[in-house]
Unconditional design. Structure first.
Length: 137
């Protein structure tokens, strides 16, 4: 499911070393088993349509990755998921994440949800830059 969700971005940006579509199963299993985080299913009408990983970094919580199958994107699911995890982890005093700067829809979503661009960016290749966001609670 993670591969299917991220494959279009991998084809577009060719970020083979960082794109979750290209991760080994061992890396995914390590993320799932991380004792400082939770890997949660995103379910709509009893169908698993994606997942979100939340890692506790003390008072800050990190979201990475969050993915939704392409056929379910654009339906407000990501927004509802973010609200749900923020409510679930009430102890968090801030939230952090990174997304592809060139993906305007993603940036718009996070900004609409109250996340603010930080000054931190990371160039992945000639086509791709990660932009980091933070939300204070």
């Amino acid at each position: 499911m993670q591969q299917k969700a991220f494959r279009p971005l991998l084809a577009k940006y060719r970020d083979f070393d960082t794109n979750p579509a290209n991760e080994s199963i061992d890396k995914v299993i390590t993320r799932i088993k991380n004792t400082n985080g939770e890997f949660l299913k995103i379910v709509v009408d009893d169908i698993i349509v994606g997942a979100i990983c939340v890692v506790n970094k003390g008072s800050a919580h990190w979201i990475s990755p969050m993915f939704i199958l392409p056929e379910y994107q654009g339906k407000g699911i990501a927004q509802k998921t973010i609200i749900s995890v923020e409510e679930r982890f009430m102890e968090a005093t801030s939230w952090e994440l990174a997304t592809i700067l060139e993906e305007g829809r993603n940036c718009y979503l996070y900004e609409k949800m109250g996340y603010v661009k930080t000054s931190v960016t990371k160039e992945i290749n000639n086509h791709t830059t990660l932009i980091f966001y933070r939300k204070e609670i």
